[in-house]
Ligand binder design. Structure first.
Ligand SMILES: [Zn+2]
Length: 412
């Protein structure tokens, strides 16, 4: 049946071989001359087909072109748009070699893993570039985002970063945590936007189902900021009842929040804050002996209430007794800097999330489960492309992406 469909498609495509007279515009302002009809092999959803199409040559550019290729969106490639979409799907979901096997098993299509990789990464790159351009246009005010019909009650913007393992040339001369002081990874900055309206029976906030969308980049914090700002506008940040930025204590997160979402409530993820308190505990516990666990439990309870001042005061008294003031002060810097972001008691009263579990689960689902599998080493370009595709898929925008990509390539 596939072979039959393929031969029908071949006939259909040959109905208009793309002869547009003796000369056509070459695209660079010259006239390209008709040369003759040339075959092009094309892999499609129905298997390989060959199309005959008119071929023109521009003497000035020394470059050939076929109007048919542009019309079908296959210029410069040998996969049909429909097959490219399938390839991008498997390539973003799983390792390329596995994607190749699934295409063969599920669709009867034989491609090499290298072609799966090239095509998926090329399309992922287009998706990433389109997202960046759209974000820049929004940020510059060249494009206006109309608010959705229904204003959102609470919009959360949860931010995190995670390292993706790189081929050595991508991390050369970068310092990192490796045993030799060299970096092995590059950071993906990931943002999860979601809304919340309801509380559960115990008064805890519940994420609205299917309300998460994702942005990510391996680029600079500035690039991430514009993507985030654009996604914020798309999600109604401009007229949300309450905007909340959730993150660990990393300074770049709060710099971006201040720049793009100045009215937001900023919350340091409670679990990160607890980890920092446990680290502080390890400094002072030796001096406390048997009282240690009780002491730490009291500090954790203070943190949980958002009473950062009581926690700081108790830790400072302890540091004086144990004569380890300098070390403790360093550890307390995190709490000093972020104290207004740790008013957990008040945040709970407002019915807000105090943990960024959403983005951490997202780091695993969107990034780690595809990009951090054992033995993987990425280029920045490849990782960026696949992350772009995965963000769109996780945000429920897979269809939109292809409608837009296809209209772009055929217009080109
Ligand atoms: Zn030309």
């Amino acid at each position: 049946m596939l072979r039959l469909g393929g031969s029908l498609l071949e006939d259909l495509l040959s109905l208009d071989p793309g002869h547009r007279g003796p000369r056509v515009e070459c695209g660079e302002g010259h006239r390209a001359e008709f040369v003759g009809y040339r075959p092009k092999g094309l892999d499609t959803v129905l298997g390989p087909v060959t199309l005959q199409r008119a071929w023109y040559h521009c003497a000035a550019c020394r470059h050939g072109l076929a109007p048919t290729d542009a019309r079908l969106g296959i210029a410069g490639g040998s996969l049909s748009p429909g097959l490219r979409r399938m390839v991008a799907r498997v390539g973003s979901a799983e390792p390329f070699a596995q994607g190749r096997r699934d295409l063969a098993e599920l669709a009867g299509l034989e491609l090499t893993a290298k072609r799966v990789e090239r095509s998926a990464e090329a399309d992922g790159e287009l998706v990433g570039v389109a997202a960046a351009q759209e974000a820049d246009a929004l940020l510059a005010g060249r494009v206006v985002q109309f608010p959705g019909a229904k204003p959102v009650e609470k919009l959360y913007i949860a931010l995190d970063g995670t390292g993706v393992p790189m081929v050595p040339r991508e991390t050369a001369a970068r310092r990192g945590k490796g045993p030799d002081g060299r970096a092995r990874t590059r950071e993906v900055k990931l943002g999860c936007l979601f809304t919340q309206t309801a509380l559960d029976a115990r008064g805890r906030p519940v994420r609205d189902p299917d309300s998460s969308s994702w942005v990510a980049t391996l680029g600079t914090a500035e690039r991430f900021g514009s993507l985030l700002y654009a996604e914020g506008l798309r999600r109604g940040a401009g007229h949300a009842g309450q905007l909340v930025v959730l993150g660990d204590g990393a300074p770049w997160i709060w710099n971006l929040a201040g720049e793009h979402f100045p009215g937001a409530i900023e919350v340091v993820d409670l679990y990160h804050a607890r980890e920092h308190l446990h680290a502080l505990g390890r400094l002072v516990l030796p001096a406390l002996g048997a009282d240690g666990p009780g002491w730490l439990a009291e500090r954790l309870a203070e943190l949980d209430r958002g009473d950062v001042e009581a926690m700081l005061a108790a830790a400072r008294r302890m540091a004086l007794e144990a004569v380890i003031v300098a070390d403790v002060e360093t550890a307390l810097g995190y709490f000093e800097t972020n104290r207004e972001r740790m008013r957990y008691g008040r945040f709970r009263e407002l019915g807000l999330f105090v943990g960024s579990g959403a983005v951490e689960a997202g780091c695993r689902a969107v990034v780690a489960q595809r990009l951090k599998l054992s033995g993987m080493r990425w280029t920045v370009r490849g990782a960026s492309a696949i992350v772009s595709l995965r963000c769109q898929a996780a945000s429920g925008r897979w269809d939109d992406v292809w409608t837009r990509l296809h209209s772009q390539t055929t217009a080109a």
